[in-house]
Design a protein around this ligand. Structure first.
Ligand SMILES: Nc1ncnc2c1ncn2[C@@H]1O[C@H](COP(=O)(O)OP(=O)(O)OP(=O)(O)O)[C@@H](O)[C@H]1O
Ligand SMILES: [Mg+2]
Length: 132
């Protein structure tokens, strides 16, 4: 476990990039933290770390956004999605066969073996990141 405090969105993105460089096909990352904590910001770095130059945005109107890097990355947001049938529709197993997967509001699912990353507001622009 690694704890790091960031003081800007750029710093959080840089931490995401560090983690992204370590991702392999089949890795599942769960992001936990309140509204506006910086989960999507972290994913922006994560995607860069996998070697993707794709635009990263919240998958608000689609279930999954796919980024094309050296390791394919699927981006899921469970904010409006906590009913079991919809979770099944995600096809998580298939996504993990294709690449790595990152899930915002990841505490909405149970996934043993996932890497959990918590982002906590720490006053102003500061955030405390707990990286498993
Ligand atoms: N240290 C920081 N780390 C991350 N984001 C920060 C930081 N300081 C300020 N911010 C700002 O906080 C906001 C975080 O928004 P972001 O969409 O990443 O959060 P989120 O957790 O994905 O929100 P949601 O719960 O709506 O999905 C951005 O506007 C970002 O610029
Ligand atoms: Mg978000």
């Amino acid at each position: 476990m690694r704890e790091v405090e960031t003081a800007s969105a750029e710093e959080t993105e840089a931490e995401g990039e560090r983690v992204g460089r370590t991702l392999k096909r089949g890795d599942l990352v769960l992001l936990v933290g309140p509204l506006g904590a910086g989960k999507t910001t972290f994913v922006r770095g994560l995607a860069r770390g996998t070697g993707s130059l794709d635009h990263v945005a919240s998958p608000t109107f689609v279930l999954v956004r796919n980024y094309h890097g050296d390791v394919p990355l699927a981006h899921v947001d469970l904010y409006r999605l906590n009913r079991a049938p919809e979770l099944r529709d995600l096809g998580l197993d298939e996504l993990l066969e294709e690449g790595a997967v990152v899930i915002e509001w990841g505490d909405h699912i149970e996934a043993p073996g996932a890497k959990v990353i918590a982002i906590e507001p720490a006053g102003g622009d500061r955030r405390l990141l707990r990286i498993e």
